[in-house]
Ligand binder design. Sequence first.
Ligand SMILES: NC(=O)c1ccc[n+]([C@@H]2O[C@H](COP(=O)([O-])OP(=O)(O)OC[C@H]3O[C@@H](n4cnc5c(N)ncnc54)[C@H](O)[C@@H]3O)[C@@H](O)[C@H]2O)c1
Ligand SMILES: O=c1ccn([C@@H]2O[C@H](COP(=O)(O)OP(=O)(O)O[C@H]3O[C@H](CO)[C@@H](O)[C@H](O)[C@H]3O)[C@@H](O)[C@H]2O)c(=O)[nH]1
Length: 481
Amino acid sequence: MVKICCIGAGYVGGPTMAVIALKCPEIEVAVVDISLQRIAQWNSESLPIFEPGLDEVVKACRGRNLFFSSDVEKHVAEADIVFVSVNTPTKTRGLGAGKAADLTYWESAARMIADVSRSDKIVVEKSTVPVKTAEAIEKILTHNNKGINFQILSNPEFLAEGTAIDDLFKPDRVLIGGRETPDGQRAVASLKAVYAHWVPEDRILTTNLWSAELSKLAANAFLAQRISSVNAMSALCEATGADVSEVAFAIGKDSRIGPRFLNSSVGFGGSCFQKDILNLVYICECNGLAEVASYWKQVVHINDYQKNRFVKRVVSSMFNTVSGKKIAVLGFAFKKDTGDTRETPAIDVCNGLLGDKALLSIYDPQVSEEQIRRDLAMNKFDWDHPQHLQPLSPTASSNSVRVVWDAYEATKDAHGICILTEWDEFRKLDFRKIYAAMQKPAFVFDGRNIVNVDELRDIGFIVYSIGKPLDPWVKDLPASS
Ligand SMILES: NC(=O)c1ccc[n+]([C@@H]2O[C@H](COP(=O)([O-])OP(=O)(O)OC[C@H]3O[C@@H](n4cnc5c(N)ncnc54)[C@H](O)[C@@H]3O)[C@@H](O)[C@H]2O)c1
Ligand SMILES: O=c1ccn([C@@H]2O[C@H](COP(=O)(O)OP(=O)(O)O[C@H]3O[C@H](CO)[C@@H](O)[C@H](O)[C@H]3O)[C@@H](O)[C@H]2O)c(=O)[nH]1
């Protein structure tokens, strides 16, 4: 029986391995982690991450051919294929701080694999890593050569949160990069055979190692660039009276551009886009490609601009001050259908409003009060470390933040509402009821373009919706710069 072990039971390792176990009943899959708490949660009724369809997949194979364990060394030693899906945070200190990937967790996993292995292994990079990482990993694995043959493959993951199970069931492509040697190609074929259980052959792409590593960073850079492009257009739409949804629809009809990923928003969030682009920028700089680096840096710059622009709209619309005013924040997760808050634009928007002394009342259907308070107090990039190793930053305990469990409670007596996540339930809210219970004038700032602007204006709200023709109220107020 082929044995797979995955180091890292996170958003990638957990769902990916669960799907492999489901689709390959004859393969034994062990997911291991240094976080005892995470492993206990994977073995409980309440999984550590919220992802539609995940519970069913895990329940179908857990205890059969899918195991979650903290006995890292035992499972690594027994495995034929070892996936490494550990954190690759942005460095916060030293060379490349604020941009380069911190490979501490990867390196310690590689050293451990080298130390405990007694048989040949295929080691698969599942984490997103800088180009040429495989070369460094190879050196670590073979540093005290015990005659073991390690083949390194790059198999980046393209799933998006909220749709992870669908993405894994029907991937646009699976990418496998390996050495162009006979051993390397045999390893590629072994991994290909795993995916071939359910992924059509023409969707399994094989490349050299460096192409696979770089393709992951490139894919995220292109995706994020689309969002920054449409968000840049949203500012111009507001200045000219064009409507960003109409513009996006019109350009998306061009089959060369395509309709997806053109939703203007308060900014992109999530654990990957910013981190991966900064990583790409650093790699370009290290290769002497200053112009290329500054081109990609601009994608992150526009994203920061968009978040700032939103905060300025809120403050300037409300008589240039939100001091002491209750602002309801609807949605804190970085997108709908996930409880993940890593790099969510809500953090910057909330901190911006708190900086202007607003009183926030926050509601998100999937994010706990503890998480929100931690996020609002955490230093940039600290979130991307295993939970038990994160610096103990103080939680935002101030009276300026309340976290509630209902959108109506959040908006009661509020002066304004900021919609920061596109949860379906926010589309169905009874805005008449909400309006009646709010201070007047009552403002709605829609950072996701999900409300019906005309209907809300008819009710009496002053409405700002990203990239839409401006309400007469906000038209002449300064928004950017
Ligand atoms: N989240 C996504 O949607 C996504 C998608 C594609 C790629 N990625 C990439 O995949 C990697 C993992 O991301 P994630 O979101 O699953 O992170 P995560 O923080 O959810 O999970 C990583 C896990 O690795 C564990 N870990 C760290 N070092 C370890 C070690 N030495 N031994 C055992 N366990 C260890 C941590 O405790 C943690 O549970 C990152 O490189 C990320 O950029 C993420
Ligand atoms: O038109 C759009 C699409 C997305 N977003 C925002 O962009 C962010 C990222 O969204 P999405 O890409 O759907 O989620 P992620 O889970 O971050 O997935 C991205 O990052 C993963 C980690 O690398 C990759 O595997 C995926 O392919 C890639 O889509 C979120 O804040 C979204 O709200 C927009 O603002 N407008």
